[in-house]
Design a binder for this molecule. Sequence first.
Ligand code: 5AD
Ligand code: SF4
Length: 458
Amino acid sequence: MQYLDEVGCTVAKTEAEADVIVINTCAVREKAEQKLWSYLGELADIKKTKPYVKIGVIGCVASYKKKEIYTRFDQVSFVYGAREEMPALQAYLTDLVVGLESTKQVYAENPQLSVDSHQDRDIKEVVARKGLFAVSRLSKLGGFKQHALKKTSAVTPAEPIKEVGRSYINIMTGCNKRCAYCIVPVTRGQEISFPMDEIVQRVAHDVANGVKEVMLIGQNVNSYADPVTGERFPELLRRLVALEGTFWVRYISPHPQDMTVDLFDVMAAHPHRLPWSVHFPVQSGSNKILDAMLRNYTIERYLEQIQWLRDRMPTATISTDIIVGFPGETEEDFLATMAVIEKVRFDLVYSFIYSPRKYTRAAKMEDDCLPEVKGARLEALQKRQLVIALENNSRNIGKKLRCLVEKRLEHGKLLARTEGNVRVIFDGTENLIGQFIDLTIISVSPQNMHAVLSSFIQ
Ligand code: 5AD
Ligand code: SF4
């Protein structure tokens, strides 16, 4: 929400201090959605004491539960889905922020006024009607920005927290796969890739402005195809390798079906631009379950791809996503998943209990696996994975690894990440934040490594 920064907004420490609360939502598992409902309930109280506060919901739940949110929650002023155009939301929000100053004043002078429960049900219509346009609007907001900055600096000396410059760039959106458990194709719709030239320009721009790590994002990032030329994901990486500057490019999340040798070849040839770390979601180790999930690969094929990767990048770290307790998963199927984590020895596993989502194929499948059994499977997997991660990290003790320093942690130490995206904690000075440095690993845990400074790289 950089553009809100530009109109003088600062991040509030608590919801009670905020004038605008925007909730970004995820629909992948039901738990997150449940949390949204209770959170919105809690926010109703804030509106009672500060009636001018604007509450908005954006993201995937906003996409497919728009009507329900507007009807159930009066306190919500706007809802904007994940697939709707960002410039309209930006224009709407900047206008809303500017308008808020005078609304606040009205409420300050007339505290007896009742709660403002106005809802903007069609943001694009508001933007069109008011003739708002994000870019031209932003440049006209200098006065407001200065005013707001003056105000905030009078209250708290504006001391921005120093963090590494990182940019997240959507290179494609939507998904044409149809994994049986997944709601993303419903909330995000069909795949759309953005023009490669624009992505490359955006990366060059961000790097010129101090960004040290670029994260390319897409639901299915490696099925990217330039809408202009048809060029695929490895070609995009080649273009980014050719840019000037010292920075890393990572990407998330690929699908095994679209994983090519070519992609690993580009990464292998350019370790300092494309650090050797791959997120490679397997979901299950059982062919029966992979088939029921409609993942379009067998475990043998997946392991073959892991071998391509290891042959080219022996020191690469690999992370994955695993779902346990998918409908029909037997003990044998689960043990097949456990066998995969032994074979691959992932560095990080994001593991989830299957969560039935309405509108998906899996929601209609019969599920006779007991919740306690699913819980026990998740626990067993996580317990074993902790040991594997610890053993993997231990191999780095005494080694000098190239790292990018991210920020200072609350307890005072600095946090950096290796090329393999593993967290490294060490003592150092503020000026190291945003620098590439060599760190020597002295001790490890499953999630972190501890290190001392070896040298600067520039
Ligand atoms: N239940 C559990 N986990 C899910 N994921 C996606 N949908 C579900 C679901 N219905 C997991 C998958 C995916 C990750 C982002 O979330 O492992 O890769
Ligand atoms: Fe969901 Fe499968 Fe698409 Fe990933 S590839 S977003 S899991 S449908």
